[in-house]
Design a protein around this ligand. Structure first.
Ligand SMILES: [Zn+2]
Length: 395
């Protein structure tokens, strides 16, 4: 059984201990100590990290009454100095007390029970036993939690005899027979808990619920407490300031400005689509006329940097509305694309042409007898000549 020093003092950052068991399993080293201030992952709270002498503690778990510390390398010596990573621990203390405050607030303000919680490394969650709660009610509970923070009430932890539990104003009665640890936020919340907490609610600074979602019939709320909530506010402030500059709009004008942009964009999108259709018609006609003037039964053209989707439509229009085939090249800075298409009634299988093209240059792609698309690197000039020759052979 490991003595848990954090039960009596969650502010203990350094301690002395003796190793009672050293384990090695699958290349991992674990140490069991006679006593520890390291909190193991349990009750929704993440484990501490830190050092044992100069060796890094990377994970802490509990197995029944025993706490095991995963260490980066083998530990030697009979006397160890433990030091926990305080910044990480205090952050989790702020999240944990923040969670109790929210759970108490939902119960007092809305008569809603908390089902579970998870205090994550980035964000924490609290699951509330209700399918839906209005935003206004969520804010009422959040306001109450922050009021209790502002009142700086004491937070105490103590062990209680299970036979006294029915008389206590517990948030939840636990199903246990042994001694149980209770955490109390004075005159506000009393809950069985083995976690680490701040001494006064003021140390939580702030709790902020940032979003919520329905999960299997209950409500999951995501929240930040303490420094995390302040950091979140700072990030939002930074984002707002960037938007102010980017949109040349004050805070109260941003939304209207974005909506204006969206409606302008919608109109422009429609106009672009109409212009594209117009251009595709014109191009198909221009390429067909050029082929006619030259007495050819195919249209061949090289575009630079146009959208392949537009080129495809030009090719489609040519083969559908005339008896001509189409060879459309699109050249970009370092590569090119070739679309070969002919009317369905023609018997040529363009896939056979790919072998001839590959002799000149390695290409990727394929398709069906009447439509192939290939991608190549470098200049398309030689391939263009080869395709022209192929059309002439077949014409
Ligand atoms: Zn707790």
């Amino acid at each position: 059984m490991t003595e848990r020093l954090y039960y009596a003092d969650s502010y203990l950052k350094e301690f002395d201990a003796e190793p009672v068991n050293l384990l090695e399993e699958g290349g991992k080293f674990w140490v069991q100590l006679d006593r520890t201030a390291f909190y193991p992952t349990s009750g929704g709270q993440m484990h501490d990290t830190g050092r044992l002498n100069d060796v890094r503690v990377t994970d802490v778990i509990e197995k029944e009454d025993v706490i095991l510390h995963e260490v980066a390398e083998k530990i030697t010596g009979t006397h160890l100095k433990g030091k926990i990573d305080w910044e990480r621990r205090f952050d989790f203390m702020q999240q944990h007390t923040g969670f109790h405050l929210l759970a108490g607030a939902f119960l007092h303000q809305l008569r809603l029970e908390t089902l579970s919680s998870h205090l994550g490394e980035d964000i924490s969650t609290i699951d509330i036993g209700a399918a839906s709660v209005s935003g206004t009610d969520i804010h009422r509970a959040e306001d109450l939690a922050n009021q209790i923070i502002a009142e700086n009430r004491p937070v105490r932890a103590a062990f209680a005899d299970p036979k006294n539990l029915p008389e206590l104003p517990l948030r939840k009665i636990p199903p246990v027979k042994t001694k149980i640890r209770l955490v109390e936020i004075q005159d506000f919340d009393l809950d069985p808990c083995g976690g680490t907490h701040v001494r006064h609610t003021g140390e939580v600074q702030l709790v902020k619920i940032v979003r919520w979602e329905k999960v299997r019939g209950y409500l999951r709320l995501y929240f930040y407490a303490g420094k995390r909530a302040v950091r979140h506010y700072r990030n939002l402030w930074g984002l707002t300031r960037d938007l102010n500059l980017e949109l040349s709009a004050g805070e109260d004008e941003i939304l209207a400005r974005v909506r204006d942009f969206k409606s302008v964009l919608k109109v422009q999108k429609k106009e672009i689509q109409q212009l594209k259709e117009f251009w595709i018609d014109l191009e198909a006609k221009r390429l067909t006329d050029t082929a006619g003037e030259k007495g050819l039964d195919f249209c061949l053209h090289l575009y630079e940097g146009i959208d392949p989707a537009d080129a495809r439509q030009v090719a489609q229009k040519i083969v559908r509305e005339t008896n001509l085939s189409a060879a459309i090249f699109i050249k970009s800075e370092k590569s090119w694309r070739l679309i070969l298409a002919h009317p369905e009634k023609d018997t040529i299988d363009f896939r056979d042409w790919l072998d001839d093209i590959r002799v000149i240059r390695p290409v990727k792609g394929g398709g069906r007898p009447s439509w192939v698309e290939v991608l190549g690197e470098g200049s398309p000039e030689e391939v263009l000549k080869r395709v022209t020759a192929k059309f002439n052979e077949n014409g």
